[in-house]
Design a protein around this ligand. Structure first.
Ligand SMILES: [Zn+2]
Length: 213
């Protein structure tokens, strides 16, 4: 638009504008203002999208970091011949609970990884309520553990592999998102899911080969 003005013949600006020219000029200004608003809107949207992507990748990086801790604990279980399931509980960026499956060692169904981690976190925080905590577990929790998480008012659950045969965070039931309970748990599934599943697959494969040997 400015180029147009500069290219206008000398004296053009001094001449009284006709109503038609004034209308055209107003239309041009309106168009310009509209373009500027549109650009600002687009820029704002791009910035918001970039911030959301950044937040998501930060969260994912954090989730993967803690899931790796849970995987280390699952490997401890495997080392003593237990089904490899590991769990950590995190509050304010600190691990406050750790657990791994010890069902055979303890000869108790209460020996699940999550129960051990919940017990440890409750002791550490001196509270049965684990508000503000996130639980990271390599395998989708069973009904007992999912129930304990809800009872403990855990805020968020991050799950590695799903368990179609016994999982109660979406597979068979979803105790984490049952509106009839007084507490729901924000859930993220599939974090390092393939690694968590491979841990279990390899464990059972080894068991079978040991049996046939
Ligand atoms: Zn369990």
């Amino acid at each position: 638009m400015e180029t147009e003005k500069r290219e206008a013949p000398a004296g053009e600006a001094d001449r009284e504008k006709t109503p038609e020219e004034r209308a055209q000029e107003q239309a041009r200004f309106k168009q310009l203002a509209y373009e500027r608003r549109r650009q600002r809107r687009e820029q704002k949207r791009a910035e918001e999208e970039a911030a959301a992507r950044e937040q998501k990748s930060r969260t994912l990086a954090g989730d993967e970091r803690y899931m790796r801790e849970a995987i280390c604990l699952a490997e401890k279980a495997a080392a003593i011949g237990e089904v490899p399931i590991g769990c950590v509980i995190v509050k304010d960026g600190q691990i406050v609970g750790r657990g791994y499956n010890r069902r055979n060692a303890e000869k108790s169904v209460l020996g699940h990884a999550e129960i051990a981690a919940i017990r440890m976190a409750s002791e550490k925080l001196s509270d049965w309520r684990l508000s503000g905590c996130t639980i990271y577990v390599t395998l989708e929790p069973c009904q007992m553990c999912a129930g304990a998480c809800v009872q403990a008012r855990i805020d968020r659950a991050v799950i590695g592999a799903m368990n179609p045969k016994a999982g109660c965070a979406g597979s068979i039931l979803n105790l984490f998102d049952e509106k009839r309970f007084n507490h729901q748990i924000d859930t993220t599934c599939g974090v390092l899911g393939e690694e968590c599943a491979a841990l279990l697959r390899n464990f059972f494969l080894r068991l079978r080969t040991e049996k046939t040997d």
